[in-house]
Write a protein that binds this ligand. Structure first.
Ligand SMILES: [Zn+2]
Length: 232
């Protein structure tokens, strides 16, 4: 009994140390733009709207981008599964299913395409699968682990902008399920926060949304991303 208790305490202390180390040592790993003043107003207005409580399902199309050597799907499928599982764990009201996985041969580097919409388009136009969230797994040569192209306001335009149905994660970011959840947070209206362990922070150890963030995601999805919902 005493041994079990000590082991339990040890585990907690290790977890706490990991979190503390991450909070003090991490770098910015996503530079997606946040909602601006007007966008923030649109988001707070969501809380005045009457929104039903029904669960939502979204389909994800995976695009594995490679340059010279095609990575075997067996080596990345576990990472894809881990990321999608994490995305399915933050709310039972929001579930994601991978409906396709395909290779794309392209020299794209994450930091380049984030800065250059033309390069992003040359990678994605013709690859995107409509009515799904297109998740691109892209090589990264620096600390950038992901980004999501989002609007800072006028979110009602999303329905007419198929090039905004994308999230990007690096190969390394894919192995940390929190990166996909972070990008989906942006996809559904969230900006960054500083909270330790928060999915929308820059910390390495991230495993939580606040109740308000969760509510924002669900409301944002119902109002501005409803065109992507899989009919049930
Ligand atoms: Zn971010």
């Amino acid at each position: 009994m005493r041994l079990n208790l000590n082991l339990y305490n040890m585990k907690n202390i290790l977890l706490l140390l990991t979190i503390l180390m991450c909070c003090f040592s991490c770098h910015r790993n996503c530079v997606t733009k946040a909602p601006n003043k007007k966008g923030s107003q649109n988001i707070s207005d969501l809380f005045k709207a009457k929104i039903d409580d029904k669960a939502m399902n979204f389909n994800i199309s995976v695009h594995v981008v490679y340059d010279r050597t095609k990575p075997p799907m067996s080596s990345i499928s576990a990472d894809i599964e881990r990321s999608v599982q994490e995305a399915n764990s933050f709310s039972p009201k929001m579930q994601f299913s991978v409906v396709s996985s395909q290779y794309v041969k392209n020299k794209a580097i994450l930091a380049d395409i984030r800065q250059n919409k033309k390069k992003e388009s040359s990678l994605c136009d013709g690859e995107d699968i409509s009515n799904t969230i297109n998740m691109y797994i892209v090589r990264s040569t620096n600390d950038l682990e992901g980004y999501a192209p989002v609007l800072a306001n006028n979110f009602e335009e999303y329905v007419d902008l198929p090039d905004m149905n994308r999230v990007f994660v690096s190969y390394k970011g894919l192995s940390d399920g929190a990166v996909l959840v972070h990008e989906l947070g942006h996809f559904f209206g969230l900006g960054h926060v500083n909270g330790c362990r928060n999915y929308m922070s820059y910390n390495c150890y991230r495993d939580t949304f606040t109740p308000e963030q969760l509510d924002t995601i669900l409301r944002f999805a119902k109002v501005y991303r409803s065109y992507l919902q899989v009919p049930t």
